[in-house]
Design a protein around this ligand. Structure first.
Ligand SMILES: [Fe+2]
Length: 291
């Protein structure tokens, strides 16, 4: 049997200048519902999983810092195997944070080739019901990583952690999937600096994406793209950015999910580096403009 990948992307932990202001942003612009709201720490959720965003105030900051990315794992056996693969590949193995330790059965933390802390956990605790909020995401689907350590990152996520390649754009972007079979639960792009380029939320309908777009326009947020139709995952999306609150946010509709058979047999495409292989609506090979 092939080495198992993590099951699903679950949460991002962020330090921000003002957790309350950031929480207001995620409630209004993304549709997340607060789980715990203390003065200096807020968690929010979109589905039944305990939370998808943790915000902690660090008033010394001007902009957010990513503290950890969390992935669930489908069984204790898969977790133990992941831990041994990570250790064998020479990456650190540490306990997860105390807060996450209280919210799962077992898990471990490591650091990826970009210095990003990852937590891999079994039995992430959940709620009986999703939030009773009309306009909310179904799921936080992926972090998109930008990095000068592209080759080492693709090697780590695919060969060590077992993520399955769904598609590549040339040798500069990789889309990698978990066992939940979403087209990508991590994407990696070559860049000059390490960053979480964005986090993506799958909304319930295209209308909800467009309501998010209208809210962003109404509040004069920085909308960093037009409406795009992603060539790889066939999701229709836009991006908005407010660095005080977190990485740029993508709201999307219609993210491709592989069938169980495709998940085991799919051969990743190696698509040409061309804007039409990022957004099928682009009109020419030099149409890099986003607005
Ligand atoms: Fe994305």
């Amino acid at each position: 049997m092939r080495p198992r990948a993590p099951k699903s992307f679950e949460y991002i932990s962020l330090a921000v200048p003002d957790a309350q202001a950031a929480a207001d942003f995620y409630e209004y612009h993304v549709g997340l519902a607060p789980v715990e709201r203390a003065s200096d720490r807020v968690t929010l959720r979109c589905g039944v999983e305990h939370h998808c965003i943790e915000l902690e105030t660090d008033s010394k900051l001007d902009a957010h810092e990513v503290r950890a990315l969390g992935f669930s794992v489908e069984s204790e056996e898969a977790l133990a195997d992941l831990e041994s693969r990570v250790a064998k590949a020479g990456f650190p193995v540490r306990p997860v944070s105390d807060r996450i330790k209280a919210l799962c059965t077992t898990g471990f933390a490591t650091t990826d080739p970009n210095g990003l802390d990852l937590e891999l956990i079994f039995e992430y605790q959940e709620w009986a019901e999703p939030p009773m909020v009309m306009l909310r995401p179904l799921k936080m689907v992926h972090p998109f990583l930008a990095t000068p350590h592209y080759d080492a990152s693709v090697e780590f996520y695919s060969k060590v952690l077992g993520f399955l390649p769904s598609d590549f754009i040339g040798h500069q972007t990789a889309f990698l999937r978990c066992e939940d079979r979403y087209h990508h639960s991590v994407a990696v792009r070559r860049a000059d600096q390490v960053s979480v380029d964005h986090i993506a939320f799958l909304m319930q309908t295209f209308d909800h994406v467009m309501r998010g777009h209208a809210r962003a326009r109404y509040k004069k947020l920085n909308i960093t793209s037009g409406i795009v139709n992603h060539s790889a995952s066939r999701s229709i999306a836009f991006y908005m950015s407010e660095p005080r609150f977190g990485p740029p946010v993508e709201l999307c509709d219609g993210h491709l999910v592989f069938s169980p058979e495709q998940h085991e047999t799919h051969a990743p495409r190696r698509m040409a580096v061309d804007p039409r292989n990022i957004d099928v609506w682009r009109v020419a090979g030099d149409d890099w403009g986003l607005r």
